[in-house]
Every structure is written in structure tokens, then in C-alpha cells.
Design a protein around this ligand. Structure first.
Ligand code: PA5
Ligand code: MN
Length: 195
């Protein structure tokens, strides 16, 4: 696996291959399996069953060489596999940036959504190829694959923003995103919690 560039990062060009969903030169790649999403799906029994039943890869994140360092501007491509657990679409863990700063996502392929929550209000942005979703400072965010194929998007964010995953475990993300027939249905985040 490649590592990030050392500081200071030199001026460079980064090739973004839309069809392949890659960045090159590439930095580190992260893979999140079902077991990494503990406590995030509402149906914990369905989650346990999925972990026991092969612990599938839910999403992967490939980064460019630009490190998560203050004043740098890292980029990454996330690809979420299609699927649902207990009826809830596969998704990223979701996080808050403790150092509140904005971020943009660009839809590359597949059908997804960007769920945002500021602790009070919830917003959903449909993400298709070419859509830029804007995440304002202070809004926790999660991506969801609502289609039948992999959903990929490019993220560009301030390197000093940090990632707080505990925030989402404590406060949630405002809404759940459920598979319903061929569509999407939204529900309360904690309301229906059972186990
Ligand atoms: O910076 C971002 O918001 C993205 O690159 C995410 O980190 C990525 O989509 C993976 O999601 P998470 O960090 O919630 O696991
Ligand atoms: Mn982010």
C-alpha cells in the first residue's frame, strides 16, 4: 500500500479516472467491512448475522498522496457496495469534523445520497454522477448507496478538519435510510431502536 506524501507536498497533478473510480498517484486505501460498522445499523441482530455470514466489504476509500494535515486539501474516492442490512441501505460510518470546516462530494457513478445532520436539522442530497454535494461546517455526514450497483464519489476536504466517529454513535444522523420496494424511505434514527 502506498503512503501519503511527506510535507511539504510539492505541486503535482493527480489523475482522476472517472470510469475506473481511481486517483493516481494513489495514497493509502481503507477497507471497511461489516464488522467495522458496529452499532450503526438499527437492526443489530441483522448486523451480527451479516458479520457472521462472511463479514462482507461494505465500502472502500482510496486517497491521493495529499495527507490529512492542517492547510492541506486531501481528496479521496469512496465506493460503497450495493446492499442492505435489516432493510437499511449500506452506508458509510459517518462522522463529524471536530474542527468544523466545509467539504464537497462529487458523484462519480451509481446512485447514492448524502445525509447531513447538525444535531437538530437533517438534510438529504440525492447524489448521481455530476452532482456536487456541499457539506457546511458543523454538519455530520454519511453516504448511502440507494442503488443496485456500487456508488462512488470524490471527496475534497480540509486536511486539518479531523474525523469524530463517536459523535455519530452518540447523536446519530437524524434519519435512517430504508430500502422500500424499488425506492427509498426515511425513518427516525433512534425511535425504532430495539436491541
Ligand atoms: O472525508 C470524507 O467525508 C469522506 O472521505 C469519508 O471519510 C469517506 O466517505 C468514508 O466515510 P467515513 O469516514 O464516515 O467512514
Ligand atoms: Mn467528511
Amino acid at each position: 500500500m502506498s503512503d501519503y506524501s511527506v510535507l511539504p507536498v510539492p505541486p503535482m497533478s493527480i489523475r482522476f479516472d472517472q470510469a475506473a473510480g481511481t486517483l493516481s498517484p494513489a495514497g493509502p486505501e481503507l477497507t471497511r467491512r461489516m464488522s467495522d460498522l458496529e452499532g450503526l445499523f438499527l437492526d443489530q441482530n441483522a448486523w451480527r448475522t451479516a458479520v457472521a455470514d462472511g463479514d462482507p466489504i461494505v465500502y472502500s476509500v482510496v486517497s491521493s498522496l495529499v495527507p490529512e494535515a492542517d492547510r492541506e486539501l486531501p481528496q479521496s474516492i469512496t465506493t460503497i457496495q450495493p446492499g442492505s442490512t435489516g432493510g437499511e441501505f449500506w452506508m458509510t460510518k459517518g462522522h463529524q469534523h471536530p474542527n468544523h470546516q466545509g467539504e464537497i462530494y462529487l458523484g462519480i457513478s451509481g446512485r447514492g445520497g448524502l445525509l447531513m445532520f447538525d444535531g437538530t436539522d437533517t438534510r438529504w442530497v440525492d447524489m448521481t454522477p455530476g452532482t456536487i454535494g456541499y457539506i457546511p461546517p458543523g454538519w455530520a455526514h454519511r453516504s448511502v448507496n440507494v442503488g443496485g450497483k456500487p456508488y462512488s464519489f470524490l471527496a475534497v476536504y480540509p486536511g486539518g478538519a479531523g474525523h469524530d466517529y463517536g459523535w455519530v454513535l452518540e447523536y446519530g444522523l437524524g434519519q435512517r435510510v430504508w430500502r422500500q420496494d424499488d425506492g427509498v424511505a426515511f425513518g427516525g434514527y433512534f425511535a425504532e431502536a430495539s436491541s
